[in-house]
Design a protein around this ligand. Sequence first.
Ligand SMILES: [Mg+2]
Length: 433
Amino acid sequence: MTTRYRVEYALKTHRRDQLIEWIKGLLAVPFVLYSQPTGVFETNGFSIAQTSGEAHRRYAEIMRDIEVMVDDHITHQSDATRVPSKLKLLVPTIGTFFTRLPLEAAFKFQDRKRYISSRRFVSPSFNDVRLVLNSAQLMAVTTHGTLRLATFDGDVTLYDDGESLLPSSPVVPRILDLMRKNVKVGIVTAAGYTTADRYYARLHGLLDAVAGSPQLAPAQRQNLVIMGGEANYLFEFSASSPHLLAPVPRERWLTAEMAAWSDAAIASLLDVAEAALRDCIKNLNLPAVLMRKDRAVGVIPGDPSVRIPRESLEETVLVVQKILELSVGGRDYDGSQVVPFCAFNGGRDVFVDIGDKSWGVAVCQKWFGGGAEGGDADRIRPEQTLHVGDQFLSAGSNDFKARSVSTTAWIASPAETVELLDELADFMGKKLS
Ligand SMILES: [Mg+2]
């Protein structure tokens, strides 16, 4: 387990989640006004049950008020006149909501688990709010609609950074349970391997379990795909293949938009990225070498035992991202066609991939929606999709990109993913009963 510490950025406002910070600020007001820290040493008049009951009521009221504002925002989203909602004015970075968010119910649920209202010294935190939002999203995709597709990031979401999904991982039976319930599963990872053996090495715990599980019907085993390199390599489960995965040729899964990215535009974007990465190796004296692939370019440690400092990795990501944003790289000569890219810190390396996770998740929506022959119109819809990941904030936050095509849950560790999947199973069960 590596120690996590925060890196300070020059452009720090980009590294905050405005919605969560804003909700945290609203909850801080009743905390400051009504919490009774002196209750710890003064017993006169205060009962812990009374004060926590009062805090609970006030927090829940605030969450209900925000819930109403989200509903109003959703109404504005569908309004062609595009007048901004009140929520948009208060939280300018707010995105598109694909579902309502039952925030009051989600708060009550998390308060029972985390005793937020019982705290007198520690106000409702960023993590409290993040988990309330996750629960609200799970409630929404299970009660207002039907979840059809769950996509998962790899590192930190399914296993610790750089590790593998082992047969003993508690996440394995929970993913199998989703597949048994006919929810499709996509592992949408930045790991950009081109061959099945490398993915098998990282995911064998899950793949072996899918192959051997008596709970799954043969057709249900096909409910799993791996999307590698953000949106570049698709593998389907294949019981007869040596590593239980079969590569799917690009022409069978590219969406219409992706098929329009020309080879020349992709190459020119990677050229610009390569030059920027070479500059970083020189200017930061990185103990690294350049690696160019057909759909990606990156820097990796020259010696596998050497770790590039995290600050250098982050600096490299930000430099390359800025240069690509400002350059004409990725633009076709007619100027209309922009190839999307994703620059990210992989923990030990930095890569620039063609596309990003929004495209990776969209491919899963199309693949499972209509199969290879299905048109884009048969795609699984955003409100029927949940993407689970850990990168919603840090440099090159690649899971953040999935927000444009699906609902999301933001977890901080594989243990949180397990808890989230238990919550999900619970909510799905409640809907059935
Ligand atoms: Mg991750």
